[in-house]
Design a binder for this molecule. Structure first.
Ligand code: FE2
Length: 424
């Protein structure tokens, strides 16, 4: 007797399979015979491994309008607003907002999140709050925390000291922000310093790197060099990398092989990059998204991150990684059928690889976490930002939603189109 049987779903690769679960593991897949205590009929629906967000700010989430809205819409005004808020927000307030967000995330099938935690203030209430959230959501969401020196490792008086204090208190990943340091040289030195810290402590590193329209912001070059020097490989990630959008093409032709050689991964955040970058431009206005397809062509793992939901930098957001991938698909012009399918993998498999998640997937023996979507395949899921009909986390059904008929109508391929293209 299985605990749970998800019957007849279509997997992202197009095959149809039952998935049997006992405890927190997948124990059988394919055509499964046998009874189960609970059955989810997923016939005609897409069954995918859960969504993963490798870049978020949970200490700031759901604080939109506090202490006031970002009038200029720029990164720098956002940093300044957050600088005020983080000192007046209590631990309880931050925990409450983050837990509310985690409820949204769980209902959307988003079950693993890497969140940067601002370590700038000496009180480290942000760290205290996020460690508490991590403990409380552990039964259903894997939360990985990054020690993030928002105001600079060296630019803030106790920036470096507080990153180390946060790591000592149990924060998982080393973070940085080289383009915000006082000088290019300080930024480059911060990359050498932080990679050394990650290597010495055996930790992952994920840097807000070159989140700028300045084509001369080339800290990714130093990051890749240090990742290679210390052999950090896929344990290292460069987030944003927006300056690459504006870089000279000849320079990029040298840079991409260096990033590929290092084995590091890349995390563009399309919702935020498209709204925050290019704010000083008139026309033509740069998009600010990094070179996604070009990096993938060099074998670099690239995942879509969400970055923000209703905070000093971004006023919208719903914890829906399909929204994130949908925006990324448009801005990066990933419209070929293979590229659209890739966009779905970027918010599932590729992001799981970036975070180093173990037991992720829908194979026998994997952790029993999955999402049932009201769509026939990954591209349709993106087109519809399909409903999450059921979400299973570590063997437990944590969310169910009834099917929306309007959406179902949209999901059905019109008869005329079907016949014209000889589709099933
Ligand atoms: Fe960020």
């Amino acid at each position: 007797m299985f605990d749970l049987l998800v019957k007849g779903g279509t997997l992202p690769d197009g095959t149809t399979a039952d998935i049997a679960i006992t405890g927190d593991r997948i124990v059988a897949t394919g055509r499964v015979e046998g009874a189960a205590r609970e059955v989810i009929d997923a016939t005609g629906d897409l069954v995918a491994p859960p969504f993963v967000d490798p870049h978020f700010h949970m200490d700031a989430t759901l604080s939109y309008g506090l202490p006031r809205v970002n009038a200029s819409g720029t990164l720098l005004e956002g940093i300044s607003l957050w600088g005020e808020l983080r000192d007046i927000a209590t631990v309880d307030e931050m925990v409450a907002r983050a837990l509310a967000y985690c409820d949204w995330a769980a209902s959307m099938g988003l079950l693993a999140i890497r969140s940067h935690v601002d370590t700038t203030p000496d009180h480290l209430r942000t760290v205290e709050a996020m460690l508490e959230v991590k403990r409380r959501v552990a039964p259903y969401i894997d939360l990985q925390l990054v020690a993030f020196p928002q105001d600079g490792l060296y630019r803030a008086k106790t920036g470096r000291e507080n990153v180390l204090r946060a790591l000592d208190r149990g924060i998982d990943v080393v973070g940085g922000i080289p383009h915000f340091e006082r000088t290019m040289e300080d930024g480059a030195e911060s990359m050498r310093d932080l990679c050394r810290i990650a290597a010495e402590r055996g930790l992952r590193i994920d840097v807000h790197c070159d989140e700028s329209d300045d084509p001369m912001s080339r800290h990714v070059e130093t990051l890749a060099r240090e990742v290679t020097r210390h052999g950090l490989g896929a344990r290292a990630a460069g987030s944003h990398l927006t300056s690459m959008h504006s870089m000279d093409n000849y320079y990029v032709s040298k840079l991409l092989p260096l990033i590929a050689e290092s084995g590091m991964t890349a995390i563009p955040n399309p919702l935020i990059n498209i709204t925050i970058q290019g704010r000083q431009d008139t026309y033509p206005k740069r998009r600010g998204l990094t070179r996604v397809k070009e990096m993938q062509a060099h074998g670099i793992t690239v995942g879509w991150g969400q970055d923000c939901v209703m905070d000093p930098w971004y006023s919208l957001g719903t914890a829906d990684m399909l929204d994130v991938a949908f925006m990324g698909l448009h801005v990066a012009q990933m419209t070929h059928p293979e590229e659209m399918a890739r966009c779905f993998r970027m918010v599932t498999e590729d992001n799981a690889k970036i975070m180093g998640l173990e037991g992720y997937g829908l194979k026998k023996g994997d952790i029993a976490s999955l999402v049932v979507l009201n769509a026939g395949n990954p591209t349709e899921a993106l087109r519809l930002r399909a409903e999450r009909l059921a979400v299973v986390s570590k063997g437990k059904v944590i969310s169910r939603r009834s099917r929306n008929d309007a959406r179902l109508t949209l999901a059905r391929r019109p008869e005329s189109v079907r016949r014209r293209h000889g589709m099933p």
